[in-house]
Design a protein around this ligand. Structure first.
Ligand code: ZN
Length: 199
């Protein structure tokens, strides 16, 4: 990825063309990271149900992938590791604490035999889906003062909550009620909504 982050504009610039990278392209890159996370979580869960790893190994593997994924998403939003502040790390840590708590409950239910493989695969996908919030939260937070944030619907589908969030756009970053993937919309991020800054 021949991108360089402009700290003054808070946007990625393409080294080859010298132009800012479009929001759609940045979101596409974010989703590529997310797809890798889906694959890792999916493989871990299939290995568990095929008896290749124990529930404890699965839980450690999932926790480690979630940590890497949430950190990678937030770093991508702020322009790389060097731009990460204690506040950025703190917000990621808060999300991970919640995710680990849900994961412990999930692991206990699997250990008790309460969850089929199909159910587990569907549920672990939600954890992958939730990693996008770490991108969007930091993206929203880093919005320059003269810009506002639009909640953009994907063409595919939209739940009533996302429709409301889109129609009430734009927002000042501090007024944005939630971010895609944070689990506070009925779709829990399945709507594939995006955020976009505009002056
Ligand atoms: Zn939705």
């Amino acid at each position: 990825m021949p991108y360089n982050f402009s700290n003054s504009a808070q946007r990625w610039r393409d080294d080859d063309t010298g132009r800012f990278v479009s929001n759609d392209t940045v979101v596409e890159n974010m989703r590529t990271l997310q797809t890798a996370t889906y694959d890792t979580l999916d493989n871990l869960t299939r290995n568990l149900y095929q008896g290749r790893i124990t529930v404890a190994q699965w839980q450690i593997g999932v926790a480690s992938e979630l940590k890497d994924a949430h950190l990678a998403q937030s770093m991508f939003a702020v322009g790389g590791r060097n731009n990460m502040t204690q506040a950025n790390f703190g917000r990621v840590g808060g999300v991970l604490a919640d995710e680990y708590r849900y994961l412990t409950r999930f692991a206990n239910q699997i250990a008790n035999g309460d969850i089929s493989e199909a159910q587990a695969l569907a549920r672990i996908r939600q954890y992958g889906n939730a990693t996008q919030q770490s991108y969007y939260r930091e993206y929203a937070n880093a919005t320059p003062n003269n810009e506002q944030i639009y909640w953009r619907l994907s063409p595919a589908e939209h739940c009533p909550d996302c429709l409301d969030l889109a129609s009430n756009s734009p927002y000042k970053p501090a007024d944005l009620p939630t971010v895609p993937g944070a689990g506070q919309t009925r779709c829990r991020g399945n709507c594939k909504c995006t955020l976009e800054r505009a002056v």
